[in-house]
Design a protein around this ligand. Structure first.
Ligand SMILES: Cc1cc2nc3c(=O)[nH]c(=O)nc-3n(C[C@H](O)[C@H](O)[C@H](O)COP(=O)(O)OP(=O)(O)OC[C@H]3O[C@@H](n4cnc5c(N)ncnc54)[C@H](O)[C@@H]3O)c2cc1C
Length: 367
């Protein structure tokens, strides 16, 4: 998200440096499942996700090179009565936010996705869905940023940011400093720490998401599939591999990174995938990896001004943030450049001194 904000700031005529301690987009933005979805994103983010989806489909036009984005249909599924109730509820709130989602019966669902388990009770169909290859993201952005004249500094770890009379001094590992009139914090699960550099405390929870990819197999599915309870996302890439996700947790934290898969969670995730597409039962798992995803107390983004620190901005903690990320970054750039953004931002001040996500007593399954 920081890369998109930097790109549109540089194109807007602002002298822009992008500092990342690793290669660009090699954390969440490079290791995610690449699903470009309205089914799984928070309902309040649907209008943003639609614009993000459109941007990814046209990435060659505005980014210069694509991320192998594919537009396919998406089905969210219900196999139990409880899932069916949830499916209907989730479809309604998404429709109200502008998602072109329709409820379909099992016969229609299996016309759309013939490999589906016949035990499906009901499905929500969305024509706006798809996927990309997230590992291509950094390469695309690096080229675009350099072409736009941004100063791209990879392998540069920021240790702190000091406020000065004219803006900020960014301190990097090794002692180098950079003076800036404005700063954008875009550090994913490390945002809580970064906000702390400026004396602001907003809790940011770290999710350790597991993903599984299979060996290459013959085509077994053509859509993006998910389950109403959010515990599965499934798609098959053109090379035949099937990517299985759904937010099942592994072991890790912002300091250690994603360290270890939890075998029971892998088994649970894979069982669900095989339940949904029975042809997967004969398939071998090729690789498992983990990535860190940020979440605020209300599971909505940090997008806008850092409270009480003029000239400092923050972007991150966006649910299904790969889908809407380009649009979110562009909105923040519009705001910083002084234009009225085309859609509302998500004021970070609402989250000051709030209970960290996961400790609240709110809804059990998010809409
Ligand atoms: C496994 C997984 C699967 C997911 N699947 C999907 C999906 O299918 N669809 C979807 O829409 N979303 C998905 N998401 C969510 C999505 O990937 C994230 O919302 C989004 O990529 C977050 O982008 P970001 O720029 O905020 O964070 P990041 O991409 O994590 O970027 C943060 C950057 O900050 C840098 N940084 C941190 N500390 C410092 C420092 N001190 N100095 C310099 N640089 C620093 C890091 O190196 C990193 O590059 C998934 C997330 C994960 C982890």
């Amino acid at each position: 998200m920081g890369s998109t904000a930097a790109l549109f700031l540089a194109r807007g005529g602002m002298s822009t440096a992008l500092i990342d301690r690793g290669p660009l987009c090699r954390e969440a933005s490079g290791v995610n499942a690449g699903t470009l979805t309205l089914h799984m994103t928070r309902a309040a983010l649907i209008p943003y996700a639609i614009r993000g989806w459109e941007m990814w489909q046209a990435a060659e036009d505005w980014l210069g090179r694509g991320v192998a984005a594919r537009a396919v249909e998406g089905l969210s599924l219900a196999f139990t009565e409880a899932e069916e109730d949830l499916l209907v509820q989730r479809a309604r709130v998404r429709q109200a936010e502008g998602a072109p989602i329709e409820l379909v019966d099992p016969v229609r669902a299996r016309e759309i996705e013939p490999g589906l388990n016949p035990a499906v009770r009901r499905a929500a169909w969305c024509r706006i869905d798809g996927f990309a290859s997230a590992y291509l993201t950094g390469r695309a952005y690096r080229h675009a940023l350099v072409d736009a004249g941004a100063d791209v500094r990879e392998g540069a770890t920021v240790k702190g940011i000091d406020r000065t009379g004219r803006g900020f001094t960014v301190r990097m590992e090794g002692g180098e400093t950079l003076a800036a009139r404005r700063v954008v914090l875009a550090g994913g699960v490390w945002l809580e720490r970064m906000l702390g550099w400026l004396g602001v405390h907003i809790p940011v929870k770290c999710l350790v998401n597991q993903l599984v990819v299979t060996e290459r197999i013959e085509p077994v599915m053509r859509t993006v599939l998910s389950i109403a309870n959010g515990l599965l996302s499934l798609k098959q890439f053109d090379n035949g591999t099937v990517l299985i996700g759904g937010g099942w947790q592994g072991i890790g934290d912002p300091d250690m990174g994603g360290r270890e898969a939890i075998p029971e969670n892998l088994v649970g995730n894979i069982r669900l995938a095989c339940h949904v597409i029975p042809a997967l039962r004969a398939t071998r798992m090729a690789r498992v990896w983990l990535g860190l995803e940020a979440e605020t107390a209300d599971a909505l983004p940090l997008l806008g001004d850092v409270p009480g620190v003029p000239g400092a901005y923050v972007i991150g903690s966006v649910h299904s943030g790969y889908t809407s990320g380009p649009w979110m970054g562009r909105l923040l750039a519009q705001h910083i450049l002084g234009a009225a953004p085309e859609m509302g931002l998500f004021d970070p001040a609402r989250l000051l001194d709030q209970t960290p996500a996961g400790q609240e007593t709110g809804e059990a399954i998010p809409l």
